[in-house]
Design a protein around this ligand. Structure first.
Ligand code: ATP
Ligand code: MG
Length: 561
C-alpha cells in the first residue's frame, strides 16, 4: 500500500480506482477532485453526499478538492444561490482554501478551444431549426441523419461562429455542434450541441456573452483546466462519458481527468430535485428554502441537524454503482445518535395541563437537582424550581385510563421526575366538561435523590407553573404521504404532500433554565424528542423546532435484521 492510501473511511469502488491510479502513478500521485454545483437553487442532502465524497477523498489522500460553480446556464442562476452554497459547504465542515472557481471564468478559453475544433474540422455551425434538428436526431433504435450544414467549410464555420459570438444573429438561429457520428448508438455522440445563442444576463459576466457553452462541453474542459484527476458525478452521466473523453482527446489535452459515476442519493418520503424544491418554495407549500421540512442543507440545519450527523449519514450510506432508495429513518437515526451524546436534557411541557398539589405549602419553592445528560456526566447538573402548581402533559393524564396506562388518572400515583410521587384525587372541569385542572397530593417522603425507596410505575415530566416560560414548538411529520412521491409520473407530486406535516403548539411551558437560549441551540425535551431553537425566535417568543421524536424506528429495523 502507498503511504497516502491509508484512510479512516470505509473503502468503496471509487477509492479502489484511486488506489489503482496511485499504484500506476497515473497522475504523479496527485488526487484532485471538485464539487461542481450549478447555482440554480439551494443544496440538498443529495449534494451533501457528493460534498462528503469529494472533499472526503481529497482529505484522505492528501489531495485537493475545488469548489466550482457550474454556471453555464445564465437564465436560472443567481448570486443568492452562490452565497448559500458557500455557506452550506463550509457549515458541513469542508474547505476549498483559495480554490473557488466558476465555469464562467473559462468562457474565453472554451471559446478558443471551440475555434480550434472548428479549425480541425471537428465542430460546425448548424442553422437548422430546432424541429429539424430534433427530426434528424433519430431514435435509440434508428440512426440519425446528417444535417445539410454538416460539411460547411472551415471559413464559413468560423465566420458564423464568430458572428454568433458578436451578436449578429437571433437567439436560436444557429448552434455550434461537435462533428462526431450521427449513427452512433449513443445519442449523446450524435453531433451534440456545444454552444447556443442566448441573450440572457449572466450573474458574473453580465451581457458580455450572448453565446453560452453546454454542460457536456464545458465540464471536461473546466476539469482539465483545474487539474482535476477524478471527476466524480452521478450515474445519469455515465452515458455522457464517451463525450467527456472525446472533447479532451480531440483537443489533444494531456493529463486528462477521468469521470467516475456513482449512484445519487434518493431518500424515502423526500423529493430532491432542485427544480421540484423550487416549485415548493415558489408556490408557497413551504415557508422557504430553509423550511425545516425541506431536505435542503439549510432546512436540515434549521431543523436541528448537525454537520457531524450529516457527515456520518454520508459515510453510513456509502457509495454504490446502482441507484437505490435510502430509508429516511436512517437519517433520523443518525441525528439521534449524535444528539443523544451532546444535547442537554430539559423538561418542557408541550400541551400543558395544570396540577395543583393541595398539600404542598403555599409559597414554598424547592430547588431540585436535575442531571443534564445521563450519557455524559461532565455536562453536570442544573437546578429546577418546584412549587405548589406545576404543568404536566395533557397526554399524561386520562380520566378513564386505557390498559397499561401507568401515568396519571384518578386514584393513581406517578413520580414527577426529579421531584415527588403525587396522587390524583380530583379532576376539575369547565362548563363544557373539559378537564382544566387536576388536584393531587404529594408524598413528602419520596423526594428524589434522598434515598426514598418507594417506587411507582410511571415517571412524567413537568414544569413549575410559576417559573415556566411560555414557548412555541413546531412538530414535523413526513412531508409526503408516500415513500416515493415521484413514482407515479401521472400524478403531481404536490398532491402527495402530507397535510399535517407541521403542527404548531404555541402554548408550551418550558423550564426556566431555557430563558436565554440562542438560535441553533439543541436540547432533548425529556420524553418528547430533540428540539432546536429557531432563528426566528425573539426575546419575547422562543420557537423550538422538533428535529426528531425520541422513538427510533431505524434502531428497531436494525434489531430485526
Ligand atoms: P438536482 O437534480 O437536484 O437539481 P443536480 O445534479 O442538477 O441536482 P448540481 O448542482 O448539478 O445538481 O449538482 C452538483 C453535484 O452534486 C453534482 O456532481 C451532482 O452529481 C451531485 N448531486 C446532485 N444531486 C445528488 C444526489 N441526489 N446524490 C448525490 N449527488 C448528487
Ligand atoms: Mg444540474
Amino acid at each position: 500500500m502507498e503511504e497516502n492510501t491509508s484512510t479512516t473511511a470505509p473503502s468503496n469502488f471509487i477509492r479502489d480506482i484511486i488506489n489503482g491510479d496511485l499504484e500506476t502513478n497515473k497522475y504523479e500521485g496527485r488526487v484532485h477532485t471538485r464539487f461542481p454545483p450549478e447555482p440554480n437553487g439551494y443544496l440538498h442532502i443529495g449534494h451533501a453526499k457528493s460534498i462528503c465524497l469529494n472533499f472526503g477523498i481529497a482529505r484522505d489522500y492528501n489531495g485537493l478538492c475545488n469548489l466550482r460553480f457550474d454556471d453555464t446556464n445564465p437564465a436560472k442562476e443567481e448570486v443568492e444561490y452562490v452565497e448559500s452554497i458557500e455557506e452550506d459547504v463550509k457549515w458541513l465542515g469542508f474547505d476549498w482554501d483559495d480554490r473557488m472557481y466558476y465555469a464562467s471564468d473559462y468562457f474565453n478559453q472554451l471559446y478558443n478551444f471551440a475555434i480550434q475544433l472548428i479549425n480541425e474540422g471537428k465542430a460546425y455551425v448548424d442553422s437548422s431549426t430546432a424541429d429539424e434538428t430534433k427530426d434528424m436526431r433519430g431514435t435509440t433504435t434508428e440512426s440519425g441523419k446528417e444535417s445539410p450544414n454538416r460539411n460547411r467549410s472551415t471559413e464559413e464555420n468560423l465566420r458564423l461562429f464568430m458572428g454568433m459570438k458578436d451578436g449578429e444573429f437571433e437567439d436560436g438561429a444557429h448552434i455550434l455542434r461537435a462533428k462526431i457520428d450521427m449513427s452512433s448508438p449513443n445519442m449523446h455522440m450524435r453531433d451534440p450541441v456545444m454552444y447556443r445563442i442566448k441573450r440572457a444576463t449572466h450573474h458574473r459576466t453580465g451581457d458580455r456573452w450572448c453565446i453560452y457553452p453546454m454542460y457536456d462541453y464545458a465540464h471536461p474542459i473546466s476539469d482539465w483546466i483545474e487539474g482535476i484527476t477524478h471527476s466524480i458525478c452521478t450515474l445519469e452521466f455515465e452515458i455522457h462519458r464517451p463525450l467527456y473523453d472525446w472533447f479532451l482527446k480531440e483537443l489533444h489535452l494531456e493529463n486528462r481527468p477521468q469521470q467516475i459515476e456513482f449512484a445519487r442519493l434518493n431518500l424515502s418520503y423526500t423529493v430532491m430535485s432542485k427544480r421540484k424544491l423550487l416549485e415548493l418554495v415558489q408556490e408557497g407549500f413551504v415557508s422557504g428554502w430553509d423550511d425545516p421540512r425541506m431536505p435542503t442543507i439549510c432546512g436540515l440545519r434549521r431543523r436541528g441537524y448537525t454537520p457531524e450527523s450529516i457527515r456520518s449519514f454520508a459515510e453510513k450510506i456509502g457509495v454504490a454503482k446502482r441507484d437505490g432508495m435510502i430509508d429516511v429513518a436512517l437519517l433520523e437515526h443518525t441525528i439521534r445518535e449524535d444528539l443523544n451524546k451532546r444535547a442537554p436534557r430539559v423538561m418542557a411541557v408541550l400541551k400543558p395541563l395544570k396540577v395543583v398539589i393541595t398539600n404542598y405549602p403555599d409559597g414554598k419553592i424547592e430547588e431540585l437537582d436535575a442531571i443534564n445528560n445521563p450519557e455524559d456526566s461532565s455536562m453536570g447538573k442544573r437546578i429546577l424550581p418546584f412549587s405548589k402548581e406545576v404543568y404536566i402533559e395533557q397526554d399524561d393524564f386520562r380520566e378513564v385510563p386505557p390498559k397499561k396506562f401507568y401515568r396519571l388518572y384518578p386514584g393513581n400515583e406517578v413520580r414527577l421526575r426529579y421531584a415527588y410521587i403525587i396522587k390524583c384525587n380530583e379532576v376539575i372541569k369547565n362548563a363544557e366538561g373539559e378537564v382544566t385542572e387536576i388536584h393531587c397530593t404529594y408524598d413528602p417522603e419520596t423526594k428524589s435523590g434522598t434515598g426514598s425507596t418507594r417506587s411507582v410505575k410511571g415517571t412524567i415530566h413537568w414544569v413549575s407553573a410559576e417559573h415556566a416560560i411560555k414557548a412555541e414548538a413546531r412538530l414535523y411529520d413526513r412531508f409526503f404521504v408516500t415513500e416515493d412521491p415521484l413514482a407515479d409520473k401521472e400524478k403531481d407530486f404536490k398532491d402527495l404532500i402530507n397535510p399535517s406535516s407541521l403542527e404548531m403548539l404555541s402554548n408550551c411551558q418550558i423550564e426556566p433554565s431555557l430563558a436565554n437560549v440562542k438560535a441553533g441551540e439543541k436540547f432533548q425535551f425529556e420524553r418528547q424528542g430533540y428540539f432546536c431553537v429557531d432563528p426566528l425566535s425573539t426575546e419575547g417568543k422562543i420557537i423550538f423546532n422538533r428535529t426528531v421524536p425520541l422513538r427510533d424506528s431505524w434502531a428497531k429495523i436494525e434489531k430485526k435484521q
